[in-house]
Design a binder for this molecule. Structure first.
Ligand SMILES: [Zn+2]
Length: 431
């Protein structure tokens, strides 16, 4: 580490209180999703923060009341140096009125070396650490040669993928760090896709017709869609078991690739034979698979299940995969993300972690999903690296260790400085 950088990193300890105050400030904005549509004030704060550090701001509504913020700090020699995206979500998990919090979840307190409040771990801690690192770099009048792009996005907790919007808007870089909850592990992730499976009869019958439909001599070729959905669910269970036996991925307990029947809706009322049944499923798959592949596998398997049933053969189930929001159109996708440990960005991040924490970082997989998959899908090499652990994410009395936040801020400061001082051909100017 150069003398110059070393001096800036030391500032994190000296100005720790400012870092804690920044985290508390971010937590104090009430941004739970659901209900969502409440991030404007918080996002304006982040935009102003970045603007004061010399970033050019792009802020736009993904939904009314939920704007994305992207700040771009153009490097002084962009052409020849590496660029970086730092990405985090401003929304937090919902808080139920009946939850038994020790404190008001949006009036954070410091207690026994931790900050308690909704979003401390997931993931206002990551945002605060990254923002403070950038602030210290800028205040030291450090002109980075490479571009630095900061994305504060909305909608992550409800599958609204503010990050996807950033990718569609054309933001790209040589590497991206998603500063979401990872307990300072460098992580990839499996993926999630939701889907609706519908069993639908072409005809509707009065419930008095049931005898004709199911008993000898009734002569009515029909079925109850709810009962037929039982075969679909059994088929899904068989496939889930088959996946558990045949597929695996390092870092995941066997059988993490699940198909969850989450919601079922069907029938019109008690005087009718149910003529439609809809099943909402959640599918978790491994980092080396795509959502297109797993959706196709499920469809093909259920087509065969339908072939084995006289009625489903004529009335096969239909599918609607994914969606853009759990609250708008009841669907979501989180693409999977594989981390390449040989990528120069991953190696430098690991090295920065080692320099600050004096231990080797763990490179593994997240047991949940983040926006990292969208950046990966846009062709940007990406890793998840943030403070806080998953026991705290979404939990009552969610908290974050201040020591970990301080370490995190130092690692990010070191990493951002060094990555944006790395030449495009890999030459490290900061050595
Ligand atoms: Zn998160």
């Amino acid at each position: 580490m150069s003398q110059n950088l070393h001096r800036i990193v030391e500032q994190v300890d000296q100005r720790k209180q400012e870092l804690i105050d920044l985290l508390k400030k971010l937590i104090s904005f009430r941004t739970p999703a659901p209900p969502a549509r409440n991030t404007k004030e918080a996002q304006s704060f982040v935009a102003e923060f970045l603007k004061n550090l010399g970033f050019k701001i792009d802020m736009w509504d993904v939904y009314p009341g939920d704007p994305n913020v992207v700040g771009v700090l153009k490097g002084k020699n962009s052409q020849n140096y590496k660029s970086l995206i730092v990405n985090g979500h401003i929304d937090v998990a919902e808080v139920d009125e009946n939850e038994d919090w020790e404190v008001n979840p949006f009036k954070p307190v410091v207690k026994d070396g931790v900050v308690v409040g909704r979003g401390a771990a997931d993931m206002k801690g990551g945002l605060a650490g990254a923002l403070f690192a950038i602030q210290l770099l800028r205040e030291a009048e450090n002109e980075l040669p490479g571009d630095l792009i900061f994305q504060s996005v909305i909608g992550e907790e409800v599958g609204e993928a503010g990050t996807l919007q950033c990718c569609k808007r054309g933001y790209k870089a040589d590497f991206a760090v998603v500063v979401d909850t990872s307990d300072l592990h460098i992580q990839g992730q499996g993926g999630v896709i939701t889907g609706w499976i519908t069993v639908k009869s072409k005809e509707t019958f009065h419930d008095a017709m049931r005898r004709n439909m199911i008993h000898a001599g009734g002569r009515l070729f029909g079925a109850n869609a709810i009962e037929k959905m039982m075969k679909v669910i059994e088929g899904l269970q068989e496939l889930e078991r088959h996946w558990a036996v045949t597929k695996s991925y390092p870092g995941f307990p066997p059988g993490s690739n699940t198909i969850n029947p989450a919601v079922i809706e069907g029938g019109r009322h008690a005087a009718f034979i149910a003529d439609e049944c809809r099943l909402w499923i959640t599918v978790h798959y491994y980092p080396n698979e795509s959502y297109e592949e797993v959706a196709k596998e499920i469809e093909e398997h259920l087509k065969m299940v339908a072939q084995g049933d006289v009625w489903l053969r004529e009335n096969p189930p239909t599918f609607k995969w994914g969606g853009t929001s759990m609250i708008e159109d009841r669907g979501e996708i989180f693409p999977s993300l594989e981390v390449d440990p040989t990528h120069p960005g991953v190696q430098l991040l690991a090295r920065s972690h080692r320099d600050v924490c004096k231990t080797d970082p763990i490179i593994d997989v997240s047991q949940t999903v983040t926006d990292g998959g969208w950046l990966g899908e846009a062709g940007i090499s990406t890793a998840i690296y943030g403070p806080g652990d998953l026991h705290n994410a979404h939990a009552v009395n969610e908290h974050l260790s201040i020591d970990q936040l301080v370490d995190y801020t130092k690692v990010m400061l070191t990493f951002i400085y060094q990555w944006c001082h790395t030449k495009s051909d890999g030459q490290k100017e900061w050595l």
